[in-house]
Write a protein that binds this ligand. Structure first.
Ligand code: BGP
Length: 477
């Protein structure tokens, strides 16, 4: 057993998203967001967007775990675990209820003012995502979300208000959560991926996805530029989902397949970090005859809005095998992913691969050479309460193995990592399925899939484990 130390000033904490934790969906002048019109999926199935809020449908995000009213109590738990940072998002609809107004909603701004003050009072640094799967629903209905260039300006205005208002309270920012995830969701789930796109029958979904993603990348770059004008020492990053894709065999064609799949998922990072698209994506658009509205002004904005760090989520890895007839990109993504026989999958099919985290850190550092921030990693599982206790050794094992790999990456590979925020430090609504039973927390919340529950909070065994890791600032391996 050796003790692997983390760097001094390493940021330790947890990560949340406003719509998954806050509730209070129609309080404080808040408008309706995409998340507010997403139904709960059946167990393990994707959720659906409904046309507005309809009677008789259960919307899990409406109350979530009531953080909106209970955040003071919850911050105390985080403090007790020793958090030095907390990642969460600002609900766009608290600040601009419709999204296209000229003036922000003062009550929404005040909510985050008092929330950030409370964090800072406890020595917890807020790490803020501007858009985490919760575009104002009005922008979806009226403008078609990010298929419309106008949404760039709405997003920039929202960001500007946040930067100016919270400039003395927040240093670490991220623009769009898991911006690259939309390449996997040319489905009814698309509006939930920040893009706000609802696809119509018969349209070329892929082309529209690339267009919307381009507008989001431009919006992100403009926001990064603006952030620097407002405050020099803001640290502003992107946020990507990092799911490394391994070749199934060492067959050259499998390797090529894996390379192309990685390019498709990670081109976003190239644009964020270098301010330019990689040639492979431009070439792909040409091959497919996609017409992307991409102006000279856009190219300039992208170049001038490069990020300071890469925030990323890591939960799992994938594997891929070449299939006869498929020419790399021209596949349906799901059908090209194969089960990796060397790693175990969990209930929701996510493959557990701690070494994949070390691989990801190396990959991102080698390609992009700027600091990294692990802003999501965690284990979603059913938890059982027995006599008021939750023995979640499976979660401890998962996190411990990932932290071990993180410490190796820092110590042996010299990776520059700002911090680590585990996903859902308190149980929250699952983004993918809308379930409560897919729990990630160190703190259990008595809330269930049918909306019942006292909302009482309980410390799980993992609470004490994480508390120890943070206070020691090392893991044993
Ligand atoms: C990421 C999202 C989060 C979060 C997490 C876990 O993709 O950024 O919002 O929810 O995944 O996913 P799920 O909640 O579906 O288990």
């Amino acid at each position: 057993m050796s003790k692997r130390k983390f760097p001094e000033n390493f940021l330790w904490g947890g990560a949340l998203a406003a719509h998954q934790v806050e509730g209070g969906w129609n309080e404080g002048g808040k408008g309706i967001s995409v998340a507010d019109v997403m139904s709960a999926g059946e167990h393990g199935k994707a959720r659906q967007i409904t046309d507005g809020v309809q009677d008789g449908i259960y919307y899990p995000n409406h109350e979530a775990v009531d953080f909106y009213h209970r955040y003071k109590e919850d911050l105390q738990f985080f403090k007790e675990m020793g958090f030095t940072c907390l990642r969460t998002s600002i609900a766009w609809t608290r600040i601009f209820p419709l999204g296209d107004e000229e003036e922000p909603n003062e009550e929404g701004l005040q909510f985050y003012d008092t929330f950030f003050d409370e964090c800072l009072k406890l020595g917890i640094e807020p790490v803020i995502t501007l858009s985490h799967f919760e575009m104002p629903y009005h922008l979806v209905k009226t403008y078609g979300g990010f298929r419309n260039r106008k949404c760039i300006d709405f997003f920039v205005r929202f960001a500007e208000v946040c930067f100016k208002r919270y400039k003395d309270k927040v240093t670490y920012w991220m623009t769009f959560n898991e911006i690259n995830n939309q390449t996997n969701f040319t489905t009814d789930f698309a509006p939930f991926t920040n893009s706000g796109i609802v696809y119509k029958e018969g349209e070329n979904r892929e082309e529209i996805m690339y267009q919307a993603a381009h507008y989001e990348l431009v919006a992100s770059a403009k926001v990064v530029k603006l952030a620097r004008e407002i405050k020099d020492d803001f640290q502003i990053g992107c946020m990507i989902a990092m799911c490394p894709i391994y070749p199934y065999f060492c067959k050259p064609k499998d390797m090529m397949m894996a390379t192309k799949a990685m390019q498709k998922r990670l081109y976003f990072t190239d644009v964020h970090v270098f301010g330019k698209y990689p040639r492979n994506i431009i070439q792909y658009w040409k091959r497919k005859n996609f017409t992307i509205d991409f102006t000279e002004e856009d190219a300039k904005d992208l170049l001038e809005g490069c990020v300071d760090y890469i925030g990323f989520s890591y939960y799992m890895s994938f594997a891929t095998a070449y299939q006869e007839g498929n020419t790399y990109y021209d596949y349906d993504e799901d059908s090209m992913l194969v089960k990796n026989p060397y790693v175990k999958a969990r209930k929701w099919g996510w493959q557990i691969d701690p070494v994949g985290l070390r691989y990801s850190l190396n990959y991102l550092q080698d390609h992009y050479r700027i600091p990294l921030f692990i802003v999501e990693n965690g284990y979603g599982e059913y938890d059982e309460v027995v006599d008021g206790k939750i023995h979640d050794d499976y979660r401890i094992e998962y996190l411990d193995k990932h932290l071990e790999q993180l410490s190796i990456a820092i110590e042996e590979d010299g990776i520059d990592v700002i911090g680590y925020t585990s996903w859902g430090p308190i149980d929250i609504v699952s983004a993918g399925t809308g379930e409560m039973r897919k729990r990630y927390g160190f703190i259990y919340v008595d809330k269930h899939d049918d909306g019942t529950g006292s909302l009482k909070r309980l410390r799980k065994d993992s609470f004490y484990w994480y508390q120890k890791v943070i206070s020691n600032n090392y893991v044993e391996s």
